[in-house]
Design a protein around this ligand. Sequence first.
Ligand code: AMP
Length: 432
Amino acid sequence: MTATDSLNAIKGTRDILPEEVAYWQWIEQAARQIFSRAAYREIRTPIFEQTELFARGIGEATDVVGKEMYTFIDKGDRSVTLRPEGTAGVVRAYIENGLHVKGSLQRLWYLGPMFRYENVQAGRQRQFHQLGMEVLGSADPRADVEVIALAVDLLNDLGLPNLRLDLNSVGTPEDRLRYRAALVDYLTPYQAELDPDSQNRLSRNPMRILDSKIAATQKIVEAAPKIWSYLAPDSQQRFERVQQQLTDLGIAYSLNPRLVRGLDYYTHTAFEIIAETGLGAQNAVGGGGRYDGLVSELGGPETAAVGWAMGLERLLLLLQQLKSAPASPLDFYIVSRSPAAEAQALRLAQALRHAGFATELDLSASAFGKQFKRADRSGAAGCLILGEAEAEAGTVQLKWLASGEQEALSQTDLLNQVETLRQRMQRSLELP
Ligand code: AMP
């Protein structure tokens, strides 16, 4: 390892450079607008929490808790973990801050970095970002449909094509006990043919075998009993209502009996959004479902809840294949030469910004020719030129970069003509 290698970003993390940030802001703005229109409010919880929260909130039997957490002992001898997902922290905040007593229902969304020690590959990082939402305090199937509809609205707003919504019901814990027994009965004779992970899961978490990515296991699973035959009539009815309401809203879905969430506090609706093209192996854009048992599992009152999370990096991969990010438009680029002109240019830049114009000041003090080249590349509507003569006369040359049209005016006039300038800028930006 060379001296510079050792200072590189840690494997599985990456910098989001300014060109890419435009895409992030695009997604964030769309999300903010769509969620607030549906009365969802943003919540921001800490990036690290007690390890115990995730062990209980996600489940010891999951890969996330079993293998992937960034856990360390802090200087006060506490075991803390960088959050691997958002729901556990939101539920803790809900309980700790008494949000359940402040209102009967909480509609919340969040966005932020998550951390999992995973094998790094395209679309899979160790620090990644999730956008997610949770409705706490409603058992109504319409809440399930509402959160799904908002996910779909966001993806449509971003213009992402070829996405598929997979839907299932995992019933109640009682439904699952019956199903689990049937599944273990079916899988046990094939035990030796299952992949090693699935063999382990057979006793610990057999439903997770259903979503194994290993071909040999998938083949065995194809003929496995489906959970639908084990749903009690109430669960079945609920599942049908969700489907009916999705259809009412014109939201297409595919039923997938192998879509499971293996933990006891997951109930009823489970769903996933898959990109059919553009993401390769890591093709899940997001997923979620109902988790009526989690709030009480974490020490709160019995609370019905439903939510989802999406991976922002994966949304970004899809967006980048589709369209270029909107550039942030620049109104003026200021070039200047000579000490007096440079001082005036600095003041002018400040005054124009205060008047609401996006203004970039060339700081190079290089020859005018070089500064003009940069002005052309900047994408600004107008270039303001201050040389020795202009500084002495208190004037400025204004060159409209699209047309090449140029005029001289006093600096005071420039600042007094804000409205006219704004209109002319509009015209100038419209030129091809
Ligand atoms: P999960 O919390 O595992 O259901 O993940 C929800 C979504 O987060 C997935 O569908 C992915 O889009 C995204 N995601 C999960 N893990 C990673 C990761 N290691 N890197 C990038 N995105 C991820």
